[in-house]
Design a binder for this molecule. Structure first.
Ligand SMILES: CC(C)(COP(=O)(O)OP(=O)(O)OC[C@H]1O[C@@H](n2cnc3c(N)ncnc32)[C@H](O)[C@@H]1OP(=O)(O)O)[C@@H](O)C(=O)NCCC(=O)NCCS
Length: 122
C-alpha cells in the first residue's frame, strides 16, 4: 500500500448507514460500507482504483465481513467498474446535490445506485 498514500478509500460498518442498509436489505449479515473511493486526478486510469477496492475486499474478509455495500452515481462506467469487481445493483435512490454553476448554487437531482458484493458468492 506504500505506493497508494495519495489515494484513499474510506469505509465503516454498514449499520452506520441505515438508509443504505434498508435499501440493500442487509440487516442480518455483517456488512461493510465503502463510503469514499478517491484516486488523485492525474493518477487515474492506471488500475489504482481497482487495486484499492481489491485490497479493501481482502482486508474486510480478514475482519469477518460477509458483504460490501456502496452508493455511487448512476453513471454507466462507474456501474461497470464496480460490476467487474463483483458488485451488483440492489436499489436506486434520487438525492439532491448542490452544484455551483456560473457562480450560482443550484439544487439538482442526482441519481444514485446502491450496489453490493456478496463476498462469498461465486
Ligand atoms: C472512481 C475512481 C476512484 C477510479 O479510479 P482509477 O484509478 O482511475 O480506476 P482504475 O484505473 O482502477 O479503473 C477501473 C476501471 O474503471 C474504468 N474507468 C476508470 N475511470 C474511467 C472513466 N473516467 N471513464 C470510463 N471508464 C473508467 C477503467 O477503464 C477500468 O476498467 P477495466 O476494469 O475495464 O480496466 C476515480 O475516477 C476517482 O477518484 N474519481 C473521483 C471520485 C469518485 O467518483 N469516486 C467514486 C465514488 S463511489
Amino acid at each position: 500500500m506504500q505506493e497508494m498514500f495519495d489515494r484513499a478509500i474510506i469505509g465503516f460498518d454498514l449499520s452506520r448507514k441505515p438508509d443504505v442498509q434498508l435499501i440493500a436489505s442487509i440487516t442480518q449479515t455483517k456488512a461493510f460500507y465503502l463510503a469514499e473511493l478517491f484516486v488523485q486526478s492525474d493518477k487515474r486510469r492506471h488500475g489504482l482504483g481497482r487495486k484499492l477496492i481489491n485490497q479493501l475486499i481482502k482486508q474486510v474478509i480478514s475482519e469477518g465481513y460477509l458483504s460490501v455495500a456502496l452508493r455511487t452515481s448512476a453513471s454507466p462506467w462507474l456501474i461497470e467498474m464496480y460490476s467487474k469487481l463483483g458488485f451488483r445493483i440492489v436499489g436506486e435512490q434520487q438525492v439532491t446535490t448542490i452544484k455551483k454553476i456560473a457562480g450560482q448554487e443550484l439544487k439538482l437531482p442526482d441519481d444514485r445506485v446502491i450496489m453490493i458484493n456478496d463476498l462469498y458468492s461465486t
